[in-house]
Design a protein around this ligand. Sequence first.
Ligand code: GLY
Ligand code: MN
Ligand code: MN
Length: 455
Amino acid sequence: MRPMLNQYTDRNPALAADYAAHVAEVGKRFSKALERAGAAHAVIFSGAPHYAFLDDRAYPFAANPHFLSWVPLTALPSSYIVHTPGEKPVLVYYQPKDYWHVVPGEPEGFWTDHFDIRVIHDPDDAGRHLPEDREKCVLLGEITDADQAFGIERVNPQTTLNLLHLERGRKTAYELECMRLASRRAVAGHRAARDAFERGCSEFDIHQHYCAAVLQTDNELPYGNIIALNEHGAVLHYTDLDRERPAEARSFLIDAGADVLGYAADITRTYSAAQGEFRDLIERMETLQLDVVGRVRAGVDFRDLHIDTHRLLAGVLTDAGLASGDAETLLATGVTSAFFPHGLGHLIGLQVHDVAGHLGDVSGTRIDPPSGHPFLRLTRVLEEDMVVTIEPGLYIIDLLLDNLRGTPAEKQVHWDTVDRLRPYGGIRIEDDVRVLANGAENLTRDAFALSSGSA
Ligand code: GLY
Ligand code: MN
Ligand code: MN
């Protein structure tokens, strides 16, 4: 049987200490959502495996994040939590009798005291543990088969989801601790990956070293690692993992995270093999990134921070001889967007790209990204205890730069510098940052500092 928590987290008493307050807060949020929905019980379904077409092979299981917001059980399909305000939550815990697969072990760990746990061995038995008055229930989860709903008809009401998603933006002390641990775990991988790059490994081998250092398989990582040498750094979501090391490895961009109890880290670093123009540019981007992190605080509109980053990037482009012109012109003509075509960052937590980045209120009002910046995933005003990524980038992406030809921007770009830097791909530096009333806690840099050496 599979132990329910792993050794990485069992060794951290801070988690257990903060968990009681976390469950109380989650209960409060769900009670508020129920009140608004005029319902008496929330039933949260953990999810069920998905199978490949015409196959008996299941895709890696991804639990319902609403279920994970209650319990750190990332591998427990066909289970339910029932929240009734004022009562201890019920956990219907499905433990199949199965000799083909490893099955979930007995419920154990710091979380168990907070639930009335009912172990079942047949998924059909879950219905007996759900509130009898199904009309007073809302069901939250991915229902792919009517049997999973046990007659509950109100499934995923949008305002209920909106309310919970908005609240989830602010992390509890327990969640922050999970995320600090996730950053530390990822940093161990980043250090191993950098060593592997310096030893001359291929992308594929660097990835293996990363996984070994974080003690996670590909399926356990919060997203597919981006391990990119040379020009591959310009492919924003490059996940190919070349088996061969190129003849000359000039640059290394790594965007890789780790998971702790369902919470993600999302970290990017870029390295240059040699001294010179590209390494200097990394240093400039590092200064820019730290400048932007320094502007994070509650009350800041993330759209403004994104646009301010473009202004700062314009300065880097001109200093580096990639472009000329004043910042406003380089923004208006689309030059900064061609070099930095993604958003500054996003909410992060139980999902790497956490929900509700564009959500303005419970009724579902959408806050659009600024015009010309469609890929900005977070458009809200920052609140205390949100965790966001700050991940400015600068890439040589010919597909985008070629669009500038024949426009006023063509003359602002210094194409000879573009040609010189193309073989290095691009730069991204990404930290996970907790918003404070008057600043930020940098989870990523704290984790690098703890593991000693430079970030
Ligand atoms: N690793 C995905 C992202 O940075 O958003
Ligand atoms: Mn990110
Ligand atoms: Mn990333």
